[in-house]
Design a binder for this molecule. Structure first.
Ligand code: CO
Length: 296
């Protein structure tokens, strides 16, 4: 009889141990419980040009001022730029490396903010990386914020910000030509959609792409139709980097300045990226704010 009782007690203890172990595992791997830790990862295409740094510094400053208690990390999506910078001793992470680092540093909630202009190829690649980290499950929550142009409100705010970029010296009859990046991606349509809305306010405002419709030949023909004599050239990219320096303002005969000058149009060049202006940075920040509000 005593034998049976002792067996029963051992059985109950063993069952208790199994239950304790299984409930213990719900509290986290190896019984560790993560404290809530929110972080921001800002993701840009990147640039190796010194002239571009002012844009990144402006965003960094504004994000840190808006969320002083949240650590801010950076990543560049362009591998070419990261490797070029690495050769100069400046190490920048890819989004995947930055997120792996943040996982290791025990972040539980990560707001990934795209600093791209449109939701093109770079943005969708980033979306896949964020999705992968979501399924790994290291973070309790990881959310990606939209690029500059996503909603109709963004479009309207961007039109306002574009007009704020135009120097006071510009005369009404002068054209204002913004150089967007342009892409083979379906999101290239954003540029023409934005131009349509901007032209409702000022028919002499144009938005073209280095690598997508409308390209400079098209824009040149529109300027000719309107008998434009002078044009202001500005980048519609977050930074005044390589494209602004060479493709827009360069001395080469295929730069926008050379092409328009060759057609008898006087060109004025402004070398400032959109991220140097608060009107644009505030749009990216509004998307980041939306993401962070999910973590409250
Ligand atoms: Co490019």
């Amino acid at each position: 009889m005593k034998h049976v009782w002792s067996r029963l007690i051992v059985g109950i203890l063993a069952l208790g141990l199994v239950l304790a172990t299984s409930t213990g595992s719900f509290a986290g791997h190896h019984g560790t419980h993560k404290e809530k830790k929110v972080g921001i990862l800002l993701v840009a295409f990147g640039s190796s040009e010194a002239s571009a740094q002012v844009s990144f510094e402006n965003i960094d400053r504004k994000v840190k001022a808006a969320w002083p208690d949240v650590p801010v990390y950076w990543a560049y999506t362009s591998r070419i730029i990261r490797h070029k910078l690495a050769r100069q001793g400046k190490i920048l992470d890819s989004p995947a490396v930055a997120l792996a680092r943040m996982a290791d540093e025990q972040f539980t909630h990560v707001a990934v903010q795209s600093l791209h202009t449109i939701a093109g190829a770079e943005y969708h690649d980033l979306r896949r990386v964020v999705g992968a980290f979501k399924s790994i499950g290291d973070f309790e929550s990881i959310i990606l914020g939209y690029p500059l142009l996503a909603t109709q409100t963004d479009m309207e705010k961007t039109v306002d910000a574009l007009f704020d970029m135009i120097p006071a010296d510009r005369k009404k009859e002068d054209a204002v030509v913004f150089m967007g990046h342009g892409t083979h991606h379906p999101s290239n349509a954003f540029y023409a959609a934005l131009m349509f809305q901007a032209q409702r306010r000022d028919p002499h405002l144009f938005i073209g792409g280095v690598e997508g419709y409308p390209e400079i030949d098209e824009i040149q023909s529109w300027l000719a139709e309107k008998k434009i004599k002078a044009a202001w050239l500005l980048p519609f990219m977050s930074v005044a980097g390589d494209h602004a320096k060479n493709d827009m303002a360069g001395d080469e005969e295929d730069s926008w300045r050379s092409i328009l000058s060759g057609a008898g149009i006087t060109c004025h060049v402004i070398m400032k990226g959109t991220a140097e202006y608060d009107g644009f940075v505030d749009i990216w920040l509004s998307h980041l704010k939306g993401v962070l509000s999910h973590f409250d």
